[in-house]
Design a protein around this ligand. Structure first.
Ligand SMILES: [Zn+2]
Length: 217
């Protein structure tokens, strides 16, 4: 099962492996995942939603609501809800923003009153596209619990962050888990082992466009 999803992600360039990529932060890495390549392709999104559902149904018998953060995770959550039309579920949106604490951006999310009402007293599954750090997931869990939802756990499409379960105190499943994979590390340019070996840069995240372009462009 994992093989197919990985293969598809590679074929549609959502997943780039064994490459040499400059991230928007300026750091270098060998592997890159862009969930938007999945989200802009309905067939691919449906396949990924089905894989997410497979994981959810193996773990939880009963739940009401799938929650995803805007702008991207909400699309995965909605796709999951649409594929699961035989269940009584809804996808829930929420208001998202960031707070600055010194130099560090702190994710801050809050449900609007309508959507808070949708999850109050209900069993909730959280869906995340790419977990880069645990901070956003912790904030999502806080908002769900504060709105009165019972967070059963969640699914992340691509986990680069580490042990989510331990941090949130609920089971958390990954479609693609690379948090322990050294190929998914990133380095400042001066510490990049690929640069040190003279491997030419293949891709870069365009600062203005915000997506991957060939490094020579
Ligand atoms: Zn490099």
């Amino acid at each position: 099962m994992g093989e197919d999803i990985l293969g598809m992600a590679v074929r549609y360039r959502a997943l780039i492996q064994n490459s040499h990529v400059r991230l928007r932060s300026g750091r270098h890495t060998a592997t890159f995942f862009d969930a938007r390549r999945i989200l802009c392709n309905p067939m691919l999104l449906k396949e990924f939603a089905s894989e997410i559902i497979y994981l959810i149904k193996n773990r939880w018998m009963y739940f009401h609501v799938v929650v995803g953060r805007p702008p991207d995770c909400i699309k995965f959550a909605t796709a999951v809800a649409i594929v699961l039309t035989n269940l009584s579920m809804s996808a829930v949106d929420l208001i998202s923003s960031e707070e600055r604490k010194g130099d560090i951006k702190q994710p801050k999310v809050e449900f609007s009153p309508f959507y808070a009402g949708q999850i109050r007293g209900r069993e909730v599954i959280l869906i995340e596209d790419v977990a880069m750090t645990l901070a956003t997931l912790k904030e999502m869990a806080r908002a769900i619990r504060e709105a009165g939802g019972n967070l059963l756990g969640g699914v992340v499409v691509c986990n680069r962050a580490g042990d989510i379960e331990e941090e949130l105190g609920v089971p958390f499943l990954s479609l693609i888990n690379v948090s322990e994979d050294e190929n998914w590390q990133s380095w400042p340019q001066e510490e990049c082992p690929l640069c040190a070996k003279g491997v030419p840069l293949e891709w870069k995240v365009d600062d203005e466009k915000g997506f991957l372009v060939p490094a020579t462009r």
